[in-house]
Design a protein around this ligand. Structure first.
Ligand code: AMP
Length: 415
C-alpha cells in the first residue's frame, strides 16, 4: 500500500517521502481515504500509531482543494496539553511545507502570554492547533473566528475529558458551524468519551487499530518487586546495568519528579524533571534537551509527559504506578513507537502489588513479578487500617477529591 493509492495528491505524497515515511501505518491506510471522502471518522488509536499524519494529511489536502481568496480558518485541532499542541502543530507545519501555497498553522495554548498569540492570529490563519481553555480566551478577545471551520479534529479525546475540559468543549462546539467534518481520536472509549463521540459525529467511519499486530507497539513489559525507599538506587542500578541510553521515568507528584532527578544527578546520572509547575520555557528546554539526547533520564508526571513524541525512546519506567489502567496504556505507549521495540518497567512494592494486579486485569495482561539481586524486597504490606497510599503520595482519607485533582491537572495541563 502506498500513500498515493490512498488518494493523496502529489504535494502531500512528496511531504510524506520527505518525512521519511515509506508505507502508511494501519490507521493512515484506514482513515485517510474516509477523511478524503468527507466522512466523519471515529479513530481508536494511541499515540505512536501515526495518527497525527492520519488526520494532518487529509486536512491539508482539503485545505489545498478549498482555499480561495482570503485566509479563513479551515481546520481546528483540539488537544489536551501544550506539549501535544506544539508537537501536532509542528508536524502539520512540516507536512505543509510541500504544498504549492503558504499554509499558516497557528499553535495556541495557555500558560504563556496571550498577546503574541493574538498578534500571530492577525490576518487570519488556515489551521489552529489549540488547547480548549486558551482557544476560548482568544475567542473572547475576538482574536479569531471559528464559525466557518470546515474540519474539526479532537485529538486524545479521552484525555481532554480526563483533564476536565468537557465544559470548554461544549462551548467551543456551540460556536462551530453545524456543517463541518469531524475527526475524533481517542486511545480509550469509556462511556463519557463514547457519549461525546455520539453527540459530535454523523455516521462516522470507525477506524480501530488498537488490537492489530501491525500497529501494536512491540513493548516488553516488566514488573519488579522493590521496597519503596530503594527505588532510586534500583533505577540507577538498572540504568547502568542494562545500559539504558534514554529513559522516561514516571512519578506521581511534582515533588517526586524533582527529588528523583536530583538524586540521580547526585549519583552521576544526567537527569532532569518535567512537571506542571515549571514555566513553559523551562518545560520546552528540558524536553528539547531530552529529545536531542543531551539528557539521559527525564523524570515526569503524567500530565507533563502526555502525548510527547520522542523518537527512539527505548525505556519507560513506572517509578510510581499509574492511577488507572488507561494511564498505564498511555505511559507505556511512549516507547515502542512507529514499529520500534521498547521496554516498560514497573516498580511494584508490597503496598502497590494489589493495584498492579488490577491494572493487569484491566489490561488483560500478566506480567511476571521479578526481583533483582541486591534489591530483594523485605517490606510487608501495611495493614489496611493504616495504609499509606504510595501511588498518590498521601494517606488514605486525606487525599484530595477527584474533582480537586482534575482541576489541578487541568490547570497544569493547559492554562
Ligand atoms: P503519532 O502517532 O502521530 O504520534 O506518530 C508517531 C510517530 O510515527 C511519529 O514520530 C511519526 O513521525 C511517525 N510516523 C507517522 N507515520 C509514519 C509512517 N507512515 N511511517 C513511519 N513513521 C511514521
Amino acid at each position: 500500500m502506498s500513500f498515493s493509492s490512498l488518494g493523496l495528491a502529489a504535494p502531500l505524497c512528496n511531504a510524506v517521502t520527505a518525512n521519511g515515511y515509506t508505507t502508511p501505518t494501519a490507521i493512515q491506510s484506514a482513515a485517510i481515504p474516509a477523511i478524503l471522502r468527507g466522512e466523519d471518522v471515529l479513530g481508536a488509536a494511541q499515540t505512536g500509531s501515526g495518527k497525527t499524519a492520519a488526520f494532518a494529511l487529509p486536512l491539508l489536502q482539503s485545505l489545498l482543494d478549498n482555499r480561495s481568496g482570503a485566509r479563513q480558518l479551515h481546520g481546528l485541532v483540539l488537544v489536551p496539553t501544550r506539549e501535544l499542541a506544539a508537537q501536532v502543530g509542528e508536524t502539520i507545519r512540516r507536512l505543509a511545507l510541500h504544498l504549492p501555497m503558504q499554509v499558516k498553522v497557528s499553535i495556541v495554548f495557555g500558560g504563556v502570554s496571550i498577546n503574541p498569540q493574538m498578534m500571530a492570529l492577525r490576518g487570519g490563519t488556515d489551521i489552529v492547533v489549540a488547547t480548549p481553555g486558551r482557544l476560548l480566551d482568544l475567542l473572547d478577545h475576538n482574536a479569531l473566528k471559528i464559525s466557518r471551520t470546515a474540519m474539526l479534529v479532537l485529538d486524545e479525546a479521552d484525555r481532554l475529558l480526563d483533564l476536565g475540559f468537557s465544559e470548554e468543549l461544549g462551548r467551543i462546539l456551540a460556536l462551530l458551524p453545524t456543517q463541518r467534518q469531524n475527526l475524533f481520536f481517542s486511545a480509550t472509549f469509556p462511556p463519557s468519551v463514547q457519549a461525546l463521540a455520539d453527540s459530535m459525529l454523523h455516521q462516522p467511519t470507525r477506524v480501530e487499530v488498537l488490537g492489530e499486530p501491525l500497529s501494536k507497539p512491540d513493548i516488553a513489559q516488566r514488573a519488579i518487586l522493590v521496597d519503596v525507599p530503594r527505588r532510586t538506587q534500583l533505577l540507577k542500578h538498572l540504568i547502568l546495568q542494562e545500559k539504558w541510553g534514554r529513559v522516561l521515568v514516571f512519578v506521581a507528584t511534582k515533588y517526586a519528579a524533582d527529588h528523583v532527578a536530583d538524586k540521580l544527578r547526585r549519583n552521576g546520572i544526567d537527569a532532569g524533571s518535567i512537571h506542571g509547575e515549571l514555566s513553559q520555557g523551562a518545560r520546552g528546554e528540558v524536553l528539547s534537551d531530552f529529545k536531542a539526547n543531551r539528557m539521559q533520564v527525564l523524570v515526569a508526571t503524567d500530565v507533563a509527559a502526555r502525548g510527547i513524541d520522542i523518537a527512539r525512546l527505548p525505556v519507560v519506567v513506572n517509578y510510581d504506578l499509574p492511577r488507572s489502567a488507561d494511564d498505564y496504556t498511555h505511559r507505556i505507549g511512549r516507547t515502542g513507537r512507529a514499529g520500534e521495540s521498547g521496554v516498560a518497567v514497573s516498580f511494584v512494592s508490597a503496598d502497590t502489588q494489589a493495584h498492579f494486579h488490577l491494572i493487569e486485569k484491566r489490561q488483560d495482561i500478566k506480567v511476571a513479578l521479578e526481583t533483582i539481586a541486591g534489591f530483594e524486597a523485605v517490606e510487608e504490606a501495611t495493614p489496611v487500617a493504616a495504609v499509606t497510599d504510595t501511588v498518590n503520595g498521601g494517606i488514605k482519607g486525606k487525599r484530595k477529591s477527584k474533582k480537586d485533582k482534575l482541576r489541578e491537572a487541568a490547570a497544569n495541563a493547559a492554562e
